[in-house]
Design a protein around this ligand. Structure first.
Ligand code: NDP
Length: 327
C-alpha cells in the first residue's frame, strides 16, 4: 500500500454561490480520531444536496469540503476499529467526500460485497438507501398500490421506479421530456406523464379518480401543491427534496381534506442506527446483485471538474447517477 501523503486534492467552498465558488486545491490529509478509519476514495457520488450546500440553501460552517458519499479502500484504522482493516473496500455516507482521503467514523462505514466494484457501490449507496428507506419506512408501500415518482429518470427517481416495481406497486412516473418518460417506462413505470402537461388531470384519469396512495417528490416547490390534489384519501406524501426550490411553509389544515400523511424525511434519519444501516445496505446490495435494480451511470467526471457535474445536474440534462472519479 502506498504511503499516506500529508496533503491531498479536494474540492471545497470558502463562500456560497454558483459553480464558480468551487475550489480544487491542496488541503491537509485528515488525521483519524478514535473510532475512525481513513479511506482513500475511488469514486464520490454527486448528489443534489451537494448543490444545496454550495448555494447556501443548507447552511454550513466554511470552508467546507463538499461531497456526501464515496467508495474506496481503508488505508488506516484507529486501534479501536477491528472490523475494517486496511485494504477493506468500503462505501459510506458522510461529509467531505470530494477528496482523495476522508476520515470517517467506522460506525458509518459498510464493507462492499465482493461481487460489486467501488464504482457500483458509490453509484448505488446514498440514492439507493434513500429510495429504499422512503419506500419501506416513509410510505410503507404495498403491492397493488398506486404510486407516483416525480423526476422519475433522475438519480433517486430511477431507483425508486425499479424498487417500487420490485414490491409490486403501480407506478406513475413524471419527467420533463419524452426521452426521460420513455426511460422511466422502460424501468418499470406503467404510466408516465410529461411534467409540462396537466399532471393532476392525467393522474386522476389514470387512477380512475382514486388518486395516488404514495407520492415521492424530490422536486419540491414546483410540484407540492399538485401533490395535495393528486394524493388519495389516507395517502402518503413523501416530500424529500428541493430540486426546484424548498416547499414554502404551509397550513396543516391543508392535510385535513384527505387525512394526508405528510413526511419530509432524510435518509440519514432512517439509517442513523447501525443495525438499520447494515440491514438496508444489505437489502440494497441484494436488489442490485439480483438485477432487480440496474445502476445507470450518466457520466464520470474527474475531481477537478466537479463544477461541470453540478452544472449538468442542475440544468436537468442528466439521467441516473453522476460520479466523481478520484485518482
Ligand atoms: P436528480 O438526478 O433527480 O436531478 C434532479 C431532477 O429534478 C432533474 O433531473 C429534473 O428532472 C427535476 N427537476 C425539476 N425541477 C427542477 C429544477 N428547477 N432544477 C433542477 N432539476 C429539476 O437528482 P438526485 O437524484 O440527486 O436528487 C433528487 C432529489 O432527491 C433532490 O431533491 C435531492 O435533494 C433529493 N434527495 C433527498 C434525500 C433525503 O435524504 N431527503 C437524499 C437524496 C436525494 P425532470 O427534468 O425530469 O423534471
Amino acid at each position: 500500500m502506498a504511503p499516506i501523503p500529508s496533503t491531498m486534492k479536494a474540492v471545497q467552498i470558502s463562500k456560497t454561490g454558483g459553480v464558480e465558488v468551487l475550489e480544487y486545491k491542496d488541503v491537509p490529509v485528515p488525521s483519524i480520531a478514535k473510532g475512525q478509519v481513513l479511506i482513500k476514495n475511488d469514486y464520490a457520488g454527486v448528489n443534489f444536496i451537494d448543490t444545496y450546500f454550495r448555494t447556501g440553501l443548507y447552511p454550513s460552517p466554511l470552508p467546507l469540503v463538499l461531497g456526501r458519499e464515496a467508495a474506496g479502500e481503508v488505508v488506516s484504522a484507529d486501534s479501536s476499529v477491528a472490523n475494517f482493516p486496511p485494504g477493506t473496500k468500503v462505501v459510506y455516507m458522510d461529509s467531505q467526500a470530494y477528496a482523495q482521503y476522508t476520515a470517517v467514523d467506522a460506525a458509518k462505514v459498510i464493507a462492499i460485497p465482493a461481487n460489486l466494484t467501488t464504482e457500483q457501490a458509490a453509484a448505488a449507496f446514498l440514492q439507493g438507501l434513500t429510495a429504499w428507506t422512503l419506500i419501506r419506512e416513509a410510505a410503507h408501500v404495498q403491492a397493488g398500490q398506486w404510486t407516483l415518482v416525480h423526476a422519475a429518470a433522475g438519480g433517486v427517481g430511477q431507483l425508486l421506479v425499479q424498487m417500487l416495481k420490485s414490491v409490486g406497486a403501480k407506478i406513475i412516473g413524471t419527467a420533463s421530456t419524452q426521452e426521460k418518460c420513455d426511460l422511466a417506462k422502460k424501468l418499470g413505470a406503467g404510466w408516465t406523464v410529461n411534467s409540462k402537461e396537466d399532471v393532476v388531470a392525467k393522474v386522476k384519469e389514470i387512477t380512475g379518480g382514486h388518486g395516488v396512495d404514495a407520492i415521492f417528490d424530490g422536486v419540491g416547490a414546483a410540484t407540492f401543491d399538485a401533490d395535495l390534489e393528486m394524493i388519495a384519501l389516507k395517502g402518503y406524501l413523501v416530500s424529500f427534496g428541493n430540486a426546484s426550490g424548498a416547499v414554502p411553509p404551509l397550513s396543516i389544515l391543508k392535510l385535513a381534506a384527505k387525512n394526508v400523511n405528510l413526511l419530509r424525511p432524510t435518509v440519514n434519519g432512517y439509517v442513523a442506527e447501525r443495525k438499520d444501516l447494515e440491514k438496508y445496505s444489505a437489502e440494497l446490495f441484494e436488489l442490485v446483485s439480483s438485477g432487480k435494480v440496474n445502476l445507470a451511470i450518466h457520466d464520470v467526471y474527474p475531481l477537478q471538474e466537479v463544477g461541470r457535474a453540478h452544472s449538468d445536474l442542475e440544468s436537468r440534462k442528466t439521467t441516473g447517477k453522476l460520479l466523481i472519479s478520484i485518482e
